[in-house]
Design a protein around this ligand. Structure first.
Ligand SMILES: Cc1cc2nc3c(=O)[nH]c(=O)nc-3n(C[C@H](O)[C@H](O)[C@H](O)COP(=O)(O)OP(=O)(O)OC[C@H]3O[C@@H](n4cnc5c(N)ncnc54)[C@H](O)[C@@H]3O)c2cc1C
Length: 365
């Protein structure tokens, strides 16, 4: 017999887990994750930085709200999720100016070098600084969402890949692993597999594209001092930041991929090590570990959040791109309100495709 829930969330990354914790206790919730462990894919592979000046306007707005929600929650946690860590953009005048927005303000060349003396003075001519940026303790955040969801009655089932989903009567019938589920709402929080999940559910896909992005932890001769900003090239060709005595680096590549368990390609990290050793005094000696994750985006780069126009009860929570952590709590807050509204019949459960697209530009708190 199929287990019955108000909401079935597919995907146990930051998107699915933050929604599960926002909904639990207000309706019956199950979350199914294909892998044996939660957050196995992109959500365990991020740079863990929350940057209010990063991304399109709607993303910046969602980030500011997420930071408010996380700061309020931090007051109750033994280990905080947030730690101040500013974000510095370096490059040429025109590129820094084009990228600087919202919380990012211009700083002088000398100020930039004072903040990060490891930078070769000749490697940039202009800089901007976002002092409202934070480091995110992602493992603590993910575990807090899991604990809150389960403490409030949500069922979280791992090793259960959704293989079938169909609309039956007023709800959904879903097969995941060896189990069957019935629910009024299915939430598509399947990350790089979001379009694939839509297709197997009989829902038209949105053309979401996963892009590879690699990062590595490297051993250095001269570690960055505590309090150093994260440094990012304004032309998006690299970033690096302190990771204790080591340094996290990324070539910031944006290479299209299918949904998969992505791995670094030979040369990706090595080329960046050579470059960073020529434009900084870090003295990178070796690569301790490297990984690749998939940042999945809609064509306009804006997260896809809302009920599908043509498939009643099918809720999209996808396309978070490089902003999945920094928008997570605000998106969960918004999604929970919409889903609870639809369960109580107080909000529209279906929109046209055009309205869905428009709504993505008009998310307001
Ligand atoms: C190198 C790198 C650096 C990044 N840095 C940052 C950063 O500093 N700040 C920031 O905010 N974001 C950052 N991001 C982006 C962020 O990590 C993502 O936006 C976020 O993790 C996406 O979360 P998700 O839950 O949507 O996807 P995922 O974590 O991939 O979760 C989706 C889950 O769905 C599951 N699933 C798929 N299909 C099925 C199915 N059929 N049945 C059951 N389960 C299924 C998958 O197994 C997966 O666990 C970075 C990403 C990368 C790669």
């Amino acid at each position: 017999m199929a287990a019955n829930y108000d909401v079935l969330i597919v995907g146990g990354g930051i998107a699915g887990l933050s929604l599960a914790s926002a909904l639990a206790g207000q309706c019956s919730v199950a979350l199914v994750e294909a892998e044996q462990t939660l957050a196995y894919h992109t959500s365990s592979r991020s740079a863990r930085q929350l940057i209010p000046s990063y991304g399109p306007a709607v993303v910046q707005e969602l980030t500011v709200r997420t930071l408010e929600l996380m700061a309020a929650r931090d007051a109750e946690l033994p280990v905080p999720v947030l730690e101040p860590r500013s974000f510095m953009l370096v490059g040429d005048e025109a590129t820094v100016k084009a990228e600087a927005s919202g919380h990012m303000h211009p700083i002088t060349h000398a100020e930039a070098l004072e903040l990060c003396p490891a930078l070769n003075p000749g490697s940039f001519t202009a800089a901007g600084l976002d002092t409202g940026s934070f480091a995110c303790n992602a493992p603590v955040l993910l575990e807090d969402h899991r604990q809150r969801a389960e403490a409030n009655g949500a069922d979280i089932i791992t090793g259960a890949k959704v293989h079938s989903a169909q609309r039956l009567g007023s709800g959904w019938q879903v097969g995941a692993g060896l189990e069957g589920f019935q629910s009024a709402v299915v939430v598509n929080a399947a990350g790089a597999w979001a379009d694939e999940l839509a297709v197997l559910s009989g829902v038209e896909k949105l053309g979401l594209q996963p892009f590879r992005r690699t990062a590595a932890i490297v051993d250095v001769e001269r570690p960055l001092p505590p309090g150093s900003p994260m440094v990012c090239a304004a032309d998006d060709s690299y970033y690096f930041r302190r990771e204790g005595e080591q340094v996290l680096i990324s070539p910031s590549e944006t290479v299209p991929s299918g949904p998969e368990d992505a791995r670094p390609r030979p040369g990706d990290v090595e080329a960046l090590v050579t470059r960073l050793n020529s434009i900084t005094s870090l003295g990178i000696r070796s690569v301790a570990r490297a990984w690749t994750g998939l940042r999945t985006e809609a064509a306009d780069g804006v997260p896809v959040v809302g009920f599908d126009a043509e498939a009643p009860g099918f809720y999209w929570l996808a396309g978070q791109g490089g902003y999945g952590f920094q928008t997570s709590s605000a998106i969960a807050e918004l999604a929970a309100a919409e889903i609870l509204g639809s369960l109580s019949g107080t909000s529209p459960v279906s929109r046209t495709a055009t309205a869905l697209a428009a709504a993505r530009w008009s998310i307001r708190r």
